[in-house]
Write a new protein. Structure first.
Length: 104
């Protein structure tokens, strides 16, 4: 008689791994320094010019030189996004992000 193994379904395999706490407002939670080296559940694709990618690589190498630690591109970008969003929250329309987005 062949033995059959019961495997979990897709819902069980791809369930959230950490409980999410309900919040009173709809504002997303963005850590002030980026999320660092943790498992990320979401993905976003961003297209860059060659010059922008080169600038990120140069910044990554500069940070490696200054900090003495390996910094991957994803961590660098998450930290930059967190900084830009914190500045936007603090300064609003006078933030660097708002200024850059209104430049022509």
């Amino acid at each position: 008689m062949p033995r059959r193994v019961n495997l979990p379904g897709a819902d069980e395999l791809f369930r959230p791994t950490a409980p999410s706490a309900p919040r009173g407002d709809d504002a997303p939670v963005v850590p002030p320094a980026g999320s660092g080296r943790v498992k990320h559940d979401e993905k976003m694709t961003v297209y860059l010019t060659s010059e922008e990618l080169l600038a990120i690589e140069q910044a990554r190498l500069e940070l490696r030189s200054v900090l003495g630690r390996k910094i991957d591109r994803g961590r660098l970008v998450r930290a930059a996004i967190a900084g830009a969003l914190a500045d936007l929250e603090t300064r609003g329309a006078q933030s660097e992000l708002a200024r850059r987005l209104t430049e022509d």
